[in-house]
Design a protein around this ligand. Sequence first.
Ligand SMILES: NC(=O)c1ccc[n+]([C@@H]2O[C@H](COP(=O)([O-])OP(=O)(O)OC[C@H]3O[C@@H](n4cnc5c(N)ncnc54)[C@H](OP(=O)(O)O)[C@@H]3O)[C@@H](O)[C@H]2O)c1
Length: 316
Amino acid sequence: MASEKIIAVIGATGAQGGGLVRAIINDNAGGFAARALTRDVNSDAAKALAALGAEVAAVDIGSEASVKRAFAGAWGAFCVTFFWAHMSAERELAEATAMARAARAAGLKHVIWSSLEDTRKWVPLTDDRMPTLGGKYKVPHFDGKGEADSVFLTSSAPATVLLTSFYWDNFIHFGMGPKKGPDGQLAITLPMGDKKLPGIAAEDIGKCALGIFKKGNAYVGKTVGIAGEHLTGAQMAAAFTKALGKPVRYNAIEPAVYRGFGFPGADDLGNMFQFKRDFNDDFCRIRDLTFSRSLNPELQRFDQWLAANKGRIPLE
Ligand SMILES: NC(=O)c1ccc[n+]([C@@H]2O[C@H](COP(=O)([O-])OP(=O)(O)OC[C@H]3O[C@@H](n4cnc5c(N)ncnc54)[C@H](OP(=O)(O)O)[C@@H]3O)[C@@H](O)[C@H]2O)c1
């Protein structure tokens, strides 16, 4: 409908953006329309979004001119960067800056920037509790995003910074699911000690983002965090045990051991978990569950997510 406010969604064929496109299309209250942005409008994933009713348009966030074209005529935008596609925090900062500038140029009314903490505010580079990576980061895939927050809050269109949480979907797609140890028993391995890990169903991030857009100006200029539940490794292992019907234990290791796993990004993730463990009160507090549910009343708990997704979790 012509009166609908168009939200231009970066990463629409992916986890966060895809959830937002589907949330907009499935929202009975209406009021918003989704412009699904992708590098390839002819991909199966793009066609699937078009079939649901989304407008599909091209974008490459590496080009400010491309983002400007993609944002033209929209009311709002959801902006996210893709660290794991290139593993460069500098590139994330450049892409975020291009998106913020394009949002202002297009005269958008509200932009959501999907971010994470700049951990250097808690662990300066001089702090040797965890190694400095790439010369100027502690947790590169957090720090580049966090550095871009001020760009969105000062030089973009009116913006909300959205701090997301660990996707439980990592247990399916990112190799973090239960694995058999030498004893043959399944275990999840995390360097979180007895601290709580805020987690979320990836699909719920978009639903929360729609909730922010629907609250008008309430969160413009603000930084807000979301999570579906805050759980210790032991609690997650107990939930796995119940859902899978076989014992899963929590293998608590030190962050240094995790950093040494050797896969690309293991050092970044080891530092990330250490940050979440050592600054757990701050990290959990901003990801308030009641607030998250106020944005998205369908917010899933871990046991609900597991019941729906346990068949997709590879058990090695
Ligand atoms: N995994 C977690 O637990 C977690 C938690 C919090 C935050 N994050 C952050 O989430 C971010 C990734 O978001 P996501 O999980 O929603 O991504 P995703 O599912 O990997 O989707 C990425 C999508 O982005 C599009 N894309 C890639 N490069 C692009 C470019 N240059 N221009 C335009 N589009 C491009 C691709 O679509 P096309 O191929 O269709 O163009 C792809 O479908 C990462 O930066 C990560 O740090 C992850």
